[in-house]
Ligand binder design. Structure first.
Ligand SMILES: NC(=O)c1ccc[n+]([C@@H]2O[C@H](COP(=O)([O-])OP(=O)(O)OC[C@H]3O[C@@H](n4cnc5c(N)ncnc54)[C@H](O)[C@@H]3O)[C@@H](O)[C@H]2O)c1
Length: 369
């Protein structure tokens, strides 16, 4: 491969489901050769959305065709509301009408919405076809495209229908991030900072130094961040593919974050923004419970607050508590959070008294209960 020197490869070791994440700058055109090299079916379907397809579908399609693939394009409207069973059903119909067989490869070209939906279709169409992730948001590159969680939303809950279905490879190209709206970049950066806080003090320092360049969209910094985060996610996922233990640590910030996101009916804050607010609240909670030393708490808060965010919503505290008690980590109605114990380490989900969360939220932005 001509530009192989610029491609970082992170292996996700999962026995016979192991795969590579290829990370580079301007590497969309290597998708065809990669598919060939790995012996994947050459009847291909690219699923993408209306924001991403006009920009990036061309080079992917050309590369596949040059490698002898047939290509069917399925372009859906953009946005979370498309991640549902109706949309999956309409894609099955398109695939059947075009006689797409079991020996085919579905490629997801887009953010987490396209990745989760296309992965769900790949996992279920004719009991499963080959699947490739080409994530185009920072959040999808550092998080959702790795680890095999695929699925759709149900009117009664987010991500309530799905599967674990690993891709055959992931191709993450930092060049596509240049067109990402700033708010989306910030959501991805929230996830990036999370990895340093929960797993790696050295990476925490790196993010502290290079955050300004990342916020300006510096591609070499973003590529390095994607590589490090993917290595950490690969480590976590390989130890706990189906989230029965270790993988739960990735939920730092999510107990409070998800409650804030839901309180705004998923339209006030984006998921990544809500998780950023959630990480701040849970850091303060850990500090006030004396689980986290004050110095570490201060450093974490200083870093997180350097990311520009919309104001924290102020919903009724009761409704936040109700959501947190229904969180997937909750046990017997007790609110459970993943709390940092120092920079680079967290505990398993532990009970947190609602009065602690109430106090912390009150302190943050003079939250009114
Ligand atoms: N499977 C998992 O493990 C996992 C983990 C975290 C989040 N998720 C899911 O991911 C979804 C959120 O993903 P997301 O934040 O990527 O949102 P998204 O897929 O909605 O993308 C955000 C917006 O950016 C646009 N876009 C994408 N790439 C672009 C580019 N390069 N240039 C310009 N515009 C671009 C999209 O069209 C969309 O409008 C949620 O559904 C969430 O549940 C899944």
């Amino acid at each position: 491969m001509s530009n192989s020197r610029t491609v970082d490869i992170v292996r996700v070791p999962l026995g016979e489901r192991s795969y590579d994440i290829l990370i580079g700058n301007g590497i969309l055109p290597i998708v065809g050769p990669l598919l060939e090299e790995r012996g994947l079916p050459k009847q291909t379907v690219i699923i993408s959305d209306r924001n991403v397809a006009p920009r990036y579908l061309g080079p992917v399609e050309q590369s596949l065709k040059r490698s002898g693939c047939t290509v069917l394009r399925v372009i859906i409207p953009a946005g979370e509301k498309e991640k549902n069973l109706q949309r999956a059903g309409s894609i099955y119909t398109t695939l059947l009408r075009h006689r797409i067989s079991r020996r085919s490869t579905i490629l997801a070209l887009g953010g987490g919405v396209v990745g989760d939906l296309a992965g769900f279709v790949a996992a279920t169409y004719q009991r499963g076809v080959s699947f490739v992730q080409i994530p185009t948001t920072l959040l999808a590159q550092v998080d959702s495209s790795v680890g095999g969680k695929v699925g759709v939303n149900h009117p009664l809950g987010k991500n309530m229908v799905g599967a674990f279905y690993q891709p055959s490879f992931v191709l993450a190209d930092a060049a596509v991030l240049r067109t990402l709206p700033r708010r989306e970049l910030i959501c991805g950066l929230g996830e990036v900072l999370k990895y340093g806080i929960i797993l790696d003090e050295r990476f925490f320092s790196y993010t502290r130094t290079f955050l300004p360049r990342a916020l300006r969209g510096d591609r070499s910094v973003l590529q390095a961040m994607v590589r490090e985060c993917c290595s950490m996610k690969a480590f976590v996922v390989s130890g706990d593919e189906r989230e029965s233990g270790l993988r739960a640590i990735l939920n730092f910030g999510h107990t409070v974050g998800h409650a804030l996101e839901k309180a705004g009916r998923f339209s006030v804050l984006k998921h990544g923004e809500a998780v950023l607010w959630g990480m701040m609240a849970e850091t303060r909670a850990a500090q006030s419970m004396r689980i986290l030393p004050e110095r570490d708490a201060r450093e974490i808060m200083t870093l997180l607050s350097r990311i520009p965010l919309p104001p924290m919503p102020r919903p009724a505290f009761r409704s936040l508590v109700a959501t947190m008690r229904l969180d997937k980590k909750a046990i017997e109605g007790k609110i459970m959070c993943v709390l940092p114990t120092r920079i680079g380490a967290v505990n398993a989900p532990a009970p947190v008294d609602e009065s602690v969360i109430g106090r912390v939220l009150q302190q943050m932005r003079r939250y009114k209960l």
